[in-house]
Design a protein around this ligand. Structure first.
Ligand code: COS
Length: 383
């Protein structure tokens, strides 16, 4: 454990209270305005939430995976837009630097990422490189002591707010596939970097994505992550291993929230003269959701412990991402069903969660990609 039990307990309780008292009351407002209020972002910074996974020596909380997942379960208990604000700093925006950055890069960026002073974003996906992440077309051509970047990144989470991008680009244009891809730390505002307009999405209003466009964007050679070419794809995959586990934990938290709401509604709503919770077909849905959310919590914690023990959890992280993201979809669907007509009406907030959770099966690797990773690792392990 990176924290002693008492400090961890206090942190978890503090986040739980913050979610309940500050975030839940703002859910409808955030959906309506498409903005998380700036004071909420400031408060999340004060609680250290941007720096959960950044080592203490760089100003973060330095949580291990088990502790981070315990907080992610709590942050999952409200609209995912709030978690998304800290999500890239905690996960894909910082972990490339933590895992593979040079000491200089760590010292330069991690303290600002940990405090939330800069939002860190992960620019991997392209118009023609989604699931096939190795098919990067963006290029970074060495020119003296600089690289010149050209290409377009798509659906980049937190790009509109980002101060720093981890950008994946091909340093060896002759190479195909995963080899020849390198990672760069590119600060926003550099000439040649521009943003597209915000994407209009199915849900998760308040969390923003857009294109990031590089047009002869010159960055210093020192922007090359780790100072080594050709390692970018592996950095991306390692980063996603932890990110996928975090998403699984968030989905578990959302499922638990929806189950709580569904149960409360079912116990209050009366039909045929009694609360609908007394009907076995409603109980069937409640019990299925409860069982699946419990399984999700167990597998996330088990994988986090294995990771903290130094084991390679690539397979398990994909198992968690696959199960938990699909699970929360089923739980949200049952929640709509238990609420009945009210589940379809915006005022009750359930239809919003139903739309919000759909994204989890897509980003940080679709369900199909998780299956592919799991099965490939099984075959490799057996041969
Ligand atoms: N950790 C460390 N290294 C890894 C790794 C991991 N989790 N996964 C793969 N690698 C390494 C492999 O060992 C291989 O190394 P060598 O070249 O030395 O053998 C290299 O990376 C290439 O791996 P692989 O051959 O498996 O690559 P593929 O192109 O076949 O594709 C998939 C791998 C499909 C799994 C990958 O492209 C992927 O995860 N796609 C989804 C991308 C994604 O999640 N996008 C969401 C965007 S972020 S919101």
């Amino acid at each position: 454990m990176a924290l002693d039990n008492e400090s961890l307990d206090q942190l978890i309780k503090g986040v739980r209270r913050f979610v309940k008292e500050r975030l839940v009351p703002l859910e409808a407002q955030v959906a309506e305005t498409d903005e998380v209020p700036s004071e909420i972002i400031r408060e999340m910074g004060e609680m250290g939430l941007f720096g959960m996974s950044v080592p203490e020596q760089y100003g973060g909380l330095g949580l291990n995976a088990e502790e981070e997942m315990a907080i992610a379960f709590e942050m999952g208990q409200t609209s995912p837009a709030f978690r998304s604000k800290i999500g890239t700093n905690v996960g894909i925006g910082s972990q490339g630097i933590v895992l593979d950055g040079t000491e200089e890069q760590k010292e330069k960026y991690l303290p600002k990422i940990a405090s939330g002073e800069i939002i860190a974003s992960f620019a991997l996906t392209e118009p023609d490189a989604g699931s096939d992440a190795g098919a990067q077309k963006t290029t970074a051509i060495r020119d003296g002591d600089s690289y010149i970047l050209n290409g377009t990144k798509r659906f980049i989470t937190n790009a509109p707010e980002a101060g720093l991008f981890t950008v994946f680009a091909r340093t060896d244009p002759q190479s195909k596939g995963t080899k020849g891809v390198s990672a760069f730390l590119v600060e926003s505002g550099v000439p040649g970097l521009s943003l597209g307009k915000n994407d209009v999405k199915m849900g998760q209003r308040g969390a923003h994505t857009c294109d990031v466009i590089f047009d002869d964007c010159r960055v210093p050679a020192s922007a090359l992550l780790g100072g080594v070419e050709g390692q970018g794809f592996k950095t991306a995959m390692k980063t996603l291993d932890r990110g996928r586990l975090h998403i699984a934990a968030v989905c578990t938290g959302i499922a638990e929230r929806l189950i709580r709401d569904s149960l409360a509604y079912a116990m209050e709503r009366k039909q045929f003269g009694r609360p609908i919770a007394e009907f076995q077909l409603i109980q069937d849905m409640l019990a299925q959701s409860r069982t699946e959310a419990y399984a999700a919590r167990c597998m996330v914690m088990e994988t986090a412990k294995k990771r903290d023990a130094g084991e390679n959890v690539s397979t398990e992280a994909s198992c968690c991402k696959l199960f938990c993201t699909e699970m929360v979809g089923r739980v949200a669907d049952r929640a709509v069903q238990i609420y009945g007509g009210a589940g379809y009406v915006a005022e009750y907030g359930i239809e919003r969660f139903y739309r919000d959770v759909r994204l989890f099966r897509l980003y940080e690797g679709t369900s199909e990609i998780q299956k592919l990773v799991i099965a490939r690792n099984m075959i490799r392990g057996a041969s």
